[in-house]
Design a protein around this ligand. Structure first.
Ligand code: PFF
Length: 452
């Protein structure tokens, strides 16, 4: 880290390149798979409202905090905190982030594998026009409970991720994200329109968009906050790393704003696809859990003209969106071993990838593949510990570091470069110093009750 030659670190070609890369990391399973799932489990529209507030008031501030730490220090997370506060324990935030990224990737890639499996199924015409909710439910349950398929597709996703990360990301994935993300966007809008046209879609829209305030609970707020951090790729240093490649002449505030906006928009549209379909073709409960999207989407593909083609295209892009996120997750530990332990990129990617594959096997077997892991809901536990607990803790530490150790004034100085008329200062300062840490602390305090 000490002999970091900053001129050789590289940088994003433009602000747009950063927004696409960061949006590529942010947009993934969290938007298409997890967002509708937690909305369904937490009663619908009120969750959506709390989520939007969490992104606007807290997520955006934390993203700006991470980006500014990254751009100022021009280092990986472990190095960044050390650079700003040398010889202190704040460096541990970086290690905490690395641990979180490894553990999240271990089950994230299992679900990415489901997406790859569903790509095969859709392409091979498994979902016929006669598909019913019951049958779709059965197909998913059998698929995810088959240990061989669950592990195989998980291995495929981890393998591709490892390969790409081992070769460096720039020319390949960065270029492709720029092309594929807009296609995913157009496809999502098309499917949302088709879902809205299904007879009986109204009920789904009212579940999704008409809040019932009696549903407000600590659990709902915790899940909304955890989902916001996860979906925006916050709390583990990804945005510190990505921020470290942003040019000093770029506007950090609008960059963060665009990433938050695109990420929320895709999640919002995913809900517009899922809930009208769910209510129009009854048989699957909104609270169906991890299988929700996989049970519902084939229903819409089996009902629209050209469904096989659309379904195949959709699951291809869904898998690619997942892949641009798994790459950024693997990049966190790999960058650490390359920067701080002087491992070669290839060695780091292969060893970490292998480790994550072993760590993910219990998650792959926890949807029916093995009785023990299914009974203890291993994947659900991983999700709860690392996503609902560790990400908010990571975000809390970042806020405290920026607000009280480095200082908002120093950070604002960095933001002024590229944004000389930075006006959000007092609001952002309030969010980073008080609102975000207090909200996170309250939630963490009640976590035992929330977890039941
Ligand atoms: N934000 C990604 C998603 O919504 O799917 C998941 C993720 C990727 C989280 C990278 C954290 C991260 F560092």
């Amino acid at each position: 880290m000490e002999n970091n030659d900053l001129s050789k670190r590289g940088a994003w070609g433009s602000k747009v390149a950063f927004v696409f890369a960061a949006a590529g990391s942010a947009i993934g399973l969290g938007n298409i798979w997890r967002f509708p799932m937690v909305v369904g489990q937490n009663g619908g529209a009120l969750f959506v409202l709390v989520y939007i507030l969490a992104v606007a008031l807290i997520g955006f501030s934390v993203m700006l905090a991470e980006l500014v730490i990254g751009r100022y220090s021009q280092r990986n997370p472990a190095g960044a905190f050390e650079f700003i506060k040398p010889g202190s324990l704040w460096k541990l935030i970086g290690y905490f982030g690395i641990l979180t990224a490894v553990c999240i990737l271990s089950y994230y890639a299992v679900i990415a594998g489901w997406s790859a499996g569903y790509l095969m199924k859709t392409a091979s015409g498994s979902f016929k026009t006669s598909l019913t909710s019951e049958l779709s439910d059965k197909i998913f349950t059998e698929f995810s409970a088959d240990p061989l398929q669950a592990i195989l597709f998980f291995l495929v996703m981890i393998g591709i991720t490892t390969l790409i990360v081992s070769k460096g990301i720039k020319g390949g994935i960065e270029r492709w994200t720029k092309i594929l993300m807009p296609i995913l966007f157009i496809l999502i809008i098309y499917l949302a329109v088709r879902a809205l046209m299904l007879p009986g879609a109204k009920e789904g829209i009212s579940f999704y968009l008409k809040p019932d305030f009696s549903q407000l609970s600590g659990k709902l707020i915790l899940f909304a906050l955890g989902q916001a951090f996860f979906s925006l790729s916050l709390g583990m240093g990804i945005m510190v790393t990505y921020g470290s490649y942003i040019s000093k002449s770029d506007n950090l505030v609008t960059s963060a704003g665009w990433v938050c906006f695109f990420d929320s928009l895709i999640a919002f549209f995913a809900g517009i696809i899922i809930f009208p379909t769910l209510f129009a073709i009854p048989g699957i409960a909104p609270a169906a859990g991890p299988g929700l999207v996989f049970k519902v989407l084939p229903l819409i593909f089996s009902k629209i003209p050209g469904g096989i083609l659309f379904g195949t295209l959709f699951f291809s892009l869904f898998s690619i969106a997942a892949l641009t996120s798994t790459i950024s997750l693997l990049e966190v530990p790999v960058a650490y071993f390359v920067d701080e332990r002087s491992w070669s990129r290839k060695k780091a990617a292969i060893l970490v990838g292998l480790f994550i594959f072993c760590l993910g096997i219990p998650s792959a077997l926890s949807s029916g593949g093995m009785a023990f892991f299914t009974k203890i809901d291993f994947m659900g536990k991983m999700d709860f510990i690392f996503l609902s607990l560790f990400l908010p803790i990571g975000a809390l530490l970042i806020c405290v570091f920026l607000g009280y150790v480095w200082g908002v004034k120093n950070a604002a100085q960095e933001i002024l470069s590229g944004n000389p008329r930075f006006k959000l200062g007092p609001l952002w300062s309030f969010s980073v110093k008080f609102l975000s840490p207090i909200a996170i602390l309250i939630i963490l305090y009640f976590i035992k009750t929330i977890a039941e």
